[in-house]
Write a protein that binds this ligand. Structure first.
Ligand SMILES: N[C@@H](CCC(=O)N[C@@H](CS)C(=O)NCC(=O)O)C(=O)O
Length: 341
């Protein structure tokens, strides 16, 4: 009797006491290797592409750098591995990458059937249409029957288009393409009247790839929900937590008014919640298997979510996108971090 009571008390104690996450295989492998392997898009300016200065840039690229800053203390300790839509999930399943951050949508099927976990959203998108302006259409219902629509295979885009067309009796001719280059060329070289993909990607493609952007319009229709973000393998909860909380930390930092410009002052300041979050006091490192300064490294080296968005996709970039759904929740958007404490 006494022994079983003691045992029960001991179980209750250990169940509530803080326990560091069991070391997972991915963190150990990344530390041993000295750099992280991040799967990204092979050419979508604003999300992931080699820019004019010959450097990789984009929202997904910045998140890859943020993961490296958190895990290895150095945002440049990352190898970016360009992947097309077809290759992306197999690359993660086969351990060729540690993280997939490639404008990839969270869906039920992907999360439950591929042996992968979605972590967090880094861009809320929706599927739209880029049309030749000469068609004179503002929305899908303005189009004449029989229009040809270029679409990338192995994407949610392809399945959404087919389902939408069926449900709405859209009379069109799908023109499937296996690569982003072919699909873009399909529209710009005249093989299709329209091109469909996520609207963020459309804004970038129109601005940076069209021979004359003014010859093309993005239609009003948004036919799907495309929450984009990072996937990891589903056998490593510690790694999933790291990737998840790095994304959330960029949002929490923006919510808390901490940016790359003031993070040092905030760390040295008097707010103890913020000091702990930034690692001036212990608290956020051990349970992830990281140092206590991982949030600090992310914000100082890469920035908060608002900075990352503005740098890659905001009004001063070619894509010139408003925050929209990607605004903080208190400004009418969906970006919200659970408490980082
Ligand atoms: N978010 C969608 C679409 C992602 C996607 O890959 N889109 C196109 C257009 S931006 C693309 O890159 N296709 C070219 C390719 O297959 O490499 C998904 O997760 O399936």
């Amino acid at each position: 009797m006494r022994i079983s009571l003691l045992f029960a008390l001991a179980v209750a104690y250990f169940a509530t006491a803080a326990a560091p996450a069991a070391a997972g295989p991915t963190l150990a492998a990344v530390k041993e290797r000295g750099f992280l392997k991040c799967g990204v898009n092979n050419g979508l300016l604003g999300f992931s592409a080699i820019d004019q200065s010959g450097e990789w840039s984009g929202l997904d690229v910045d998140f890859c750098r943020a993961f490296a800053a958190a895990v290895l203390g150095d945002k440049s300790a990352v190898e970016l591995i360009p992947l097309n839509a077809k290759a992306r999930f197999a690359a993660l399943q086969r351990n060729e990458i540690d993280i997939l951050a490639r404008n990839t949508t969270r869906t039920f099927k992907r999360e439950t059937a591929l042996g992968l976990d979605f972590t967090e959203v880094n861009y809320y998108d929706g599927q739209g249409f880029l049309a030749r302006k000469s068609l004179g259409a503002k929305k899908l219902s303005d189009l004449k029957p029989g229009m040809s629509i270029c679409v990338s295979t192995f994407t949610t885009t392809e399945t959404n288009l087919a389902a939408y067309a069926k449900a709405h009796n859209l009379n069109y001719k799908p023109v499937p393409f296996g690569s982003i280059e072919e699909a873009k060329a399909g529209l710009f070289l005249g093989r299709c009247d329209l091109f469909t993909t996520d609207r963020g990607a459309l804004a970038s493609i129109r601005a940076t790839e069209a021979p004359n952007p003014d010859d093309f319009v993005i239609l009003d229709d948004v036919i799907s929900k495309e929450p984009l973000g990072a996937y990891v393998r589903d056998n490593d909860p510690q790694w999933r937590n790291i990737v998840r909380w790095v994304i959330l930390a960029t949002i929490e930092a923006e919510e808390s008014g901490i940016s790359s410009a003031n993070v040092d002052a905030a760390k040295a300041g008097s707010d103890s919640v913020i000091k702990t979050m930034l690692g001036a006091e212990p608290g956020v490192g051990e349970s992830l298997g990281l140092g206590d300064d991982w949030v600090y490294q992310v914000v100082r080296q890469v920035g908060n979510y608002g900075e990352i968005f503005a740098r890659n996709l905001g009004p001063n970039t070619p894509a010139s996108l408003e925050r929209g759904l990607n605004a903080l929740w208190r400004n009418g958007g969906l970006m919200y971090s659970p408490p980082l404490r």
